[in-house]
Design a protein around this ligand. Structure first.
Ligand code: ATP
Length: 325
């Protein structure tokens, strides 16, 4: 009887449990054994694994985080570590592996595939920074979490005629900021993909102040810096207050964005991807990532997926700018 392993690696994301559940149930349905590996590649090297059955994933579909825990494993970055990973799979009787994580985790999955253990990657990260997939598992929930939080901030900004400057996650990818910014009616959305200046934000606020607008939301992706050198949300808030006279407050949302129950959309995406991964392993196919492309679940060779360039949705960004006045 064929056995497949499943692990989560890198940063956790809501929906990872939904994906694990789909993998476990699909594999058992196809008469394969399933071995859950704890704490990513670290757990693989430490043989921290257990046999899963239909009930192992009961009551997990709707929970955030990952029931398998996640970790980073520096040893897996070199060949010796991957070789030990292969040995661990052989010893545990694992014929194929599903790796839920980001690009780094996919590199490990590729290395292990090349050593003869077929691995399938599933994109799990809130940042939506995986070029090969239109959406990653965790993104939709994170955007909804940000939206809920900013709606609460809006209530208090509105009561005091204030400007709320909100930092969201996505160091190299402005997708959370862009989508949450549109959903929350942010006057400005600052992302790493589009250069911006404080001058332009101030000018836009002054223009809208003249039309009677009194409270503002500015969404900032973490780690962005303006062309005039203003960095943190606290600096931005100070600068906006000094130049517009609108009282401004900075809020850093932080790790709340990584938690929470996955949205319906997330659960469906994760379930479909998990099932697809098992179908590939059933055929003995490895070295692929399962992604969402134009609303379809498809798979690409890992290296091909890793070489793709993420395209920022400039059209959506321009729409956001046009209607937030
Ligand atoms: P996220 O960006 O969401 O945190 P990620 O999967 O990109 O997810 P990383 O920390 O980059 O997160 O990678 C997770 C793990 O994948 C690493 O700890 C390591 O075990 C493995 N890994 C990363 N890069 C490589 C590589 N070049 N070769 C082999 N394995 C790697």
């Amino acid at each position: 009887q064929k056995a497949i392993g499943v692990l989560t690696s890198g940063g956790d994301a809501p929906g990872m449990n939904s994906a694990i559940r789909a993998v476990v149930r699909a594999a058992l349905h196809k008469n394969m054994r399933v071995i859950g590996i704890r704490r990513g590649y670290s757990g693989l090297l430490a043989h921290d694994m257990f046999e899963m059955n239909l009930r192992s994933v009961s009551d997990t579909l709707h929970r955030g985080g990952t029931m398998l825990y996640s970790a980073r494993c520096p040893e897996f970055r070199d060949d010796k570590g991957v070789e030990r990973g292969k040995e661990a799979c052989l010893q545990a009787g694992i014929d194929g592996l599903v790796v839920i994580g980001g690009d780094g985790s996919f590199r490990g999955a590729r290395d292990l595939s090349l050593k003869g253990i077929p691995c399938i990657g599933l994109p799990g990260t809130i940042d939506n920074d995986i070029a090969s997939s239109d959406y990653t598992i965790g993104f939709d929930t994170a955007v909804n979490t940000v939206m809920d939080m900013v709606d609460k901030l809006r209530d208090t900004s509105q009561s005091h005629d204030r400007c709320s400057i909100v930092e969201v996650m996505g160091r190299r990818c402005g997708d959370i900021a862009l989508h949450a910014g549109i959903a929350c009616g942010a006057v400005s959305i600052l992302v790493p993909e589009v250069p911006f200046s404080i001058d332009a934000i101030v000018e836009k606020m002054q223009r809208t102040l003249r039309t009677g607008k009194k409270h503002f939301i500015v969404i900032v992706a973490e780690g962005v810096t303006s062309s005039d050198g203003v960095g943190t949300v606290h600096d931005i808030a100070e600068e906006i207050e000094a130049r517009t006279g609108v009282e401004s407050r900075a809020t850093v949302l932080g790790h709340v964005q990584r938690g929470g129950a996955p949205t319906a959309r997330e659960r469906v995406l994760a379930s479909e991807m998990g099932y697809h991964a098992v179908e590939l392993l059933e055929k003995g196919i490895g070295n692929r990532v399962v992604v969402c492309h134009e609303n379809k679940i498809v798979d690409y060779e890992i290296l091909e997926a890793l070489s793709m360039k993420k395209e920022f949705n400039r059209h959506l960004y321009d729409i956001a700018d046009a209607i937030s006045i």
